[in-house]
Design a protein around this ligand. Structure first.
Ligand code: 5GP
Length: 180
């Protein structure tokens, strides 16, 4: 068994629920009268995307894309690779890309360029969490849940070595665990 421990709670269930509802209202207003394809980035954004789409009142289609991730390390490799692509063309479609967290920005930057090249009618970016101090490349975030400090977090979809995704709240990872 791993001795990795989750640290203190950073964002509680109620705060997350309220924020997701607020984002859903904003997105519903912005896309009023239109249809929207929500693209969740696997696996981290799956729980956020599942909750968010249920707060959106315009017609929503849902798809997922998977990119290479950190694995055991908590720092980005800077290399992004598509592991699972979208099922259908997004040409002429309003697309909202939903990510768990913007850290260096490399993943969202890569996905933004990649999706824009497919000719969507529009493309907006949504991240539940944003670590602005960590940015290595600028990405235009249209919807952000919470700005957080430069600390590794787990829960609500976010993992450490595959664990903790099922926690209903967002927690810090203990310092001991981060050094591993
Ligand atoms: P970026 O490409 O912006 O550096 O990182 C994006 C990805 O890195 C996220 O989708 C997520 O998988 C991972 N990541 C960045 N920061 C954290 C963090 O604090 N906790 C966890 N669990 N993953 C993170």
């Amino acid at each position: 068994m791993s001795d990795v421990q989750m640290g203190r709670e950073l964002l509680g269930e109620t705060a997350i629920r309220d924020k997701v509802a607020q984002l859903g209202r904003q997105i519903s207003a912005d896309y009023r009268g239109q249809e929207l394809l929500v693209v969740g980035v696997l696996k981290g954004a799956v729980i956020f995307a599942a909750d968010l789409v249920r707060q959106i009142t315009v017609p929503v289609y849902l798809d997922f894309i998977a990119v290479s991730s950190y694995g055991k390390a908590t720092r980005t490799s800077g290399v992004v690779r598509i592991l699972k692509d979208l099922e259908e063309s997004i040409a002429g479609v309003h697309v909202l890309l939903v990510e768990d967290i913007a850290d260096t920005g490399l993943t969202l930057h890569y996905l933004r360029e990649n999706l824009l090249a497919r000719g969507p009618r529009s493309l907006k970016l949504c991240a539940l969490l944003d670590k602005p101090d960590c940015r290595r490349v600028e990405v235009p975030l249209d919807y952000v849940g919470f700005q957080i400090p430069d600390q590794f977090v787990v829960g609500y979809g976010l993992d450490f070595d595959g664990r903790f995704r099922n926690l209903p709240a967002v927690h810090l990872l203990s310092r001991e665990a981060e050094k591993k």
